[in-house]
Design a protein around this ligand. Sequence first.
Ligand SMILES: Cc1cc2nc3c(=O)[nH]c(=O)nc-3n(C[C@H](O)[C@H](O)[C@H](O)COP(=O)(O)OP(=O)(O)OC[C@H]3O[C@@H](n4cnc5c(N)ncnc54)[C@H](O)[C@@H]3O)c2cc1C
Ligand code: FES
Length: 344
Amino acid sequence: MNTYTLKVIEIKKETGNTVTLCFKQPGLKKIKYLAGQYLTLVFKINGRRYLRPYSFSSAPKVDSSLEVTIKRVPNGIVSNYINDEVKVGDVIEVLPPMGDFIYPIVSNIKNVFLWGVGSGVTPLFSLLKFILNEESLSDTQVHLIYGNHNIESSIFWDALHILQQKYSDRLQITHFHTCSQQKENTAISILGRIEPHQVLRNYESDKIKESLHYICGPSDLKNNIKTVLAKYDLPKENVLIEDFELVKNPKDFDGIETRKVILNFENKETELEVTKGKSILEAALDAAIELPYSCQTGNCSTCKGQLKGGKGKMIGIQERKDLLEDEYLLCCTYPLTNNVYIEI
Ligand SMILES: Cc1cc2nc3c(=O)[nH]c(=O)nc-3n(C[C@H](O)[C@H](O)[C@H](O)COP(=O)(O)OP(=O)(O)OC[C@H]3O[C@@H](n4cnc5c(N)ncnc54)[C@H](O)[C@@H]3O)c2cc1C
Ligand code: FES
């Protein structure tokens, strides 16, 4: 896959553990992207190459630079490296923008709900700016429902406040704070976790039936929203979900053992030991085989390989109708037998 390099022109400290990297748009070959997509950053850390996707927090036609916002993950290799080491002037390798957490090309939707927690606000912030700025969507209402510990840990708190004032007739923000110092519920924030039914009961059901929902947050939030929305018979395509992390059910690993796998990458065969619990992609990267990948959540298909022998199992992803019978996404594939042969 082609890669580009982008120069960091500014770093914004968003909260105690989150920064925004602002990249200069190349003068000649501008990077084209859609609000809600992500950019994959490539780093060499202690001799090993790491790729990590980060959603754009900028929006095309709104922000002149390309921006991604990165929150530290405890013990996370890349998120902490970015927060600690990346400086203005650094040149960073990136993959072309990807992702389908985007606004539909044709839509007559009048109410868009953006549900997010913590760093999950990043693609929502991009979508929110895009919708508010887009002339053809000037009669679309945007409802952001945003959960955090408190005001201090809320990424884009000030920027959201400014947008709310500017677009007071089109943008409604409901903040939920689990550890706010405010003792009582106020107009600014509601104490506790996001309660979808509490939010949606403020709207007429006709409005909700024709609304569009973007969700980027933990699986319990996702499931709660889906349960509440099920009552409104919304078309499936009106609920879009972005997962930052693959949630695996330990039960799915029953029967999975450490196995030997033959990997044929670019016509070179390597025997890999895939230890129990590791995906074939992880085992290959541990063995310094630089397979292509990006999201590691079974979404982008960059890591697609063909199973030519033995049996494998994909864990943690939704059914993918676009994959042929022998096609497997190696970021979530685990060998079930000892004679697995993968070609990529
Ligand atoms: C499509 C997509 C868009 C993303 N956009 C953003 C974004 O805009 N901003 C952002 O900060 N992150 C975003 N992420 C997450 C990001 O790509 C990395 O997964 C995250 O920064 C952790 O990487 P790491 O190298 O620091 O952690 P690793 O070293 O890879 O992981 C360390 C440990 O943390 C756990 N972990 C990994 N990711 C997460 C996570 N997101 N939350 C909690 N625990 C985790 C792992 O299970 C592991 O145990 C996105 C992910 C995807 C798939
Ligand atoms: S890396 Fe994106 S699907 Fe595997």
